[in-house]
Design a protein around this ligand. Sequence first.
Ligand SMILES: Cc1cc2nc3c(=O)[nH]c(=O)nc-3n(C[C@H](O)[C@H](O)[C@H](O)COP(=O)(O)O)c2cc1C
Length: 411
Amino acid sequence: MNIVLGITGGIAAYKAPDLVRRLRERGGDVQIVMTTSAEEFVTGTALQAVSGRPIRSNLWDKEAEAAMSHIELARWADVVLIAPATAEVMARIVSGGAPDLLTTICLATEAPIAVAPAMNHVMWNNPATQANRRVLEERGVHILGPGVGSQACGETGAGRMIEPDAIATAVFDLGTSKGEGLLAGKKVVITAGPTREPIDPVRYISNRSSGKMGYAMARAAIAQEADVVLISGPVNLPEPAGVEVHSVLSAQDMYEATHDAIEDADIFISAAAVADYRPADVKAQKIKKNDESMSIELVRCPDILASVAALDTGPFTVGFAAETEKVDDYARSKLEKKKLDMIIANRVGDDCGFDTDDNSVNVFWTDGERRFPTARKSELARNLIELVAQRFYAARGTDTQPRLTVVSNIE
Ligand SMILES: Cc1cc2nc3c(=O)[nH]c(=O)nc-3n(C[C@H](O)[C@H](O)[C@H](O)COP(=O)(O)O)c2cc1C
């Protein structure tokens, strides 16, 4: 695997030689690109010795550019890894600027990009850094860590770079060669986000779903080389690269789009928060404020998940259960009642579940379960997709046992 390893100006740069060694042990060909600040922390001489290649750092180095230009380098990479990644480089990538060799490569590459943030915990928790982290995740950049623990500054918190070995393992999982993804050649249909059930031309009934979990699942399935169809309710998220997105509004629209896409699907993941009820009668004109009280008659919306699970030769069907109480009990009974292959249950409330970046879930299938502690939705989605693939192959009687790699944010 060809790895462009970007090293930026953080204390954790002292771990870079160890990281290079671990990448090379796994068969990686490593081209190091250092920022000017990184050169303050670790010498190019040491890194050249361990990587076996001349270090690149200057966008304006005519000799190096003549040998392999920054565009060629961007094309050569199977993965671009930045470790350690400073708060500053995360901001530069988000801005879309290309003031140096490393960010120019990030802009010019089509390879997956992974960053391993490393910084003081206050810098990491700063709203600006968190906003940048969210944007990177939404654009499909893989965020590895950071870990929680004691820091170089003597304080304790989130912001440590995760260990070189964990970074190397995660990078090799991302850079799976073509045709080797766990879901290569499989069609996965995913629903995400809320639905809107119109009351009149200006009002609707909806819910607090942000769509983040479903979108993260779509990105994770793409990373495993699935053909992904994402049927999305109204959300404020960028379309994941490589995914066929169908935008819908109401539960009925989502039902129809799902059944249009489902015929040749291998796996269906219902992550959308579909309305259970809709107004029986949608008014043609805006309802006027006349009486002290009013009531709206509601009727049941179609149950998309149950309808797919009931198909004779339907796909492997995975539901999500968002509950405010008795989460495991309700999830198990939904698994049974709707005849699902798997259910992913999470608690929702004021402090968790909807419109947050983190989640913790319990997964159940007929004869097993697995619990995932709180993690970012992107990280959780990667592990959930691996588990779904594992159960899918087990249910189909194929002897494929994918590895379960957890990039933990807790050391
Ligand atoms: C001693 C020292 C240690 C630093 N450690 C970090 C760090 O761990 N993480 C970080 O984000 N920035 C750190 N910085 C700040 C960055 O070096 C600075 O933002 C720099 O502009 C980053 O440039 P680069 O991203 O191009 O490498 C440190 C600065 C100094 C002087």
